[in-house]
Design a protein around this ligand. Sequence first.
Ligand SMILES: [Zn+2]
Ligand SMILES: [Zn+2]
Length: 482
Amino acid sequence: MRRLARVVPLVVLAATAASCTRLTPEQQFVQDVAQALGGADRVRAARVLTLEGTGRHWNLGQDMRPGLADQTFTVSVFTRAIDLSQHRMRTTLTRTPNFAYFQGPQAQTQIQGVDGDVAYNGNTPEKLARAGRVAVTDRRAERFHHPLVLVASALAGGANVSPVRTTGSDRAVDITTDAGVMTLVVGADNRPTRISSPASQINLGDVTITTRFSGYGDAGGFTLPATFATQTDDFTTAEYTVTSTVANEGTVEAPDTVKAAAEPSPAAPNVTVEEVAPGVWFLAGQSHHSVAVAFKDKLVLIEAPQSDARSTAVIAKAKDLSPKTPLTHLVLSHHHFDHSTGLRAALAEGMTVVTQAGNADFVKMIAARPFTRQPDALAKGAKPATVEAVADTHTITDGTRSLVLYHLAGNPHTETMLMAYLPKERVLIEVDAFSPGGTYHPYAANLLEHITKRKLRVDKILPLHGAPVTVKDVEAAIKPAA
Ligand SMILES: [Zn+2]
Ligand SMILES: [Zn+2]
């Protein structure tokens, strides 16, 4: 009897355990995907995933025209190591530009990592510096953009997986991770075809980052993708072809020196003022500058760059300098993201944007973007964008002072660039066409051509990167080395 009594409860227990572990449809979904990748036990035991290969980068927000995807970097070396159980990842890559790049034509090595709440960057393993909060957030999310990492986290106890959705032959779940919600989409063979997650981008506001996977093959008993391509909304930013290795031990730590360093916080806006002529102020202080020009009836700001915070501070400074004239116009030199970051701050002020005709739709697009995740002033008080499109030249004048805008046609930096000229003051304002202090000046010859062709008399150039220069400085910079 005693023996039987002991046996019966065990049988009951076994039956109860079987009914308790009956999987929900979403748990079954995760199990099926794990099976397609090599089996749940194998996925659970994995510790470090290493990807090695080559690839290509695109130049989001920095191409020759808004929306274009022609400029690429060849990635000749790509290595990414990901810790599957902790928030650790390190990417090392070497890339070479396939276009006239301001940093020159040579290959550059970049190291980018994250370890918990510590992100870091550098060009060599010996020289890594701590990076800021945005890098932490972006890289923690990016770490989950691999099937093995996301499925390993979904297999872990307590993972929150949404009900399964079906679209055609695709099925999808949302997996809540501690780096946000990741949407995992699989095809009919249970192999992940893409992972996407919401993000916030300083120019575009609310975006979806999507990584697409293909070319599945054997990787030491796992079945993993050989190619993956990452998009910001519809724009492809990177693609890689890799071989994958999985180890059951090891990790990818940040160096102790990096962990010991303080997290850099975004620099508080520092707007310095230099009055270069009566009512013409050079607003510098950080890497990207602006110029304010006072007319009898209005104040015009040239450039709202770098960040919403800097541009908001620049706008406030311009208003302080000329309190009796309304700030009505922003001249946007070109569409590049680092020079158009403050567009929305200017639009929120009700300013009319004056820019080259090729940028007009871009300005309207930026004005209409959703900014719900990190609301800015325009998100809180939406206003329609008013754009004055300049074909070749346009003059803003009050009868006494004139500001003439010229299209820098043919400039290899961008096709939609304006420079600004004050004929009476003999001051030229330009950006990126010539930036003093750099080693490479691939866009400066075109600037000189325009100064000559348009017969401009220039005593002083205000570059919106760097300190004021003269035409002689530009000429000296583009002379071939003796
Ligand atoms: Zn630029
Ligand atoms: Zn620039």
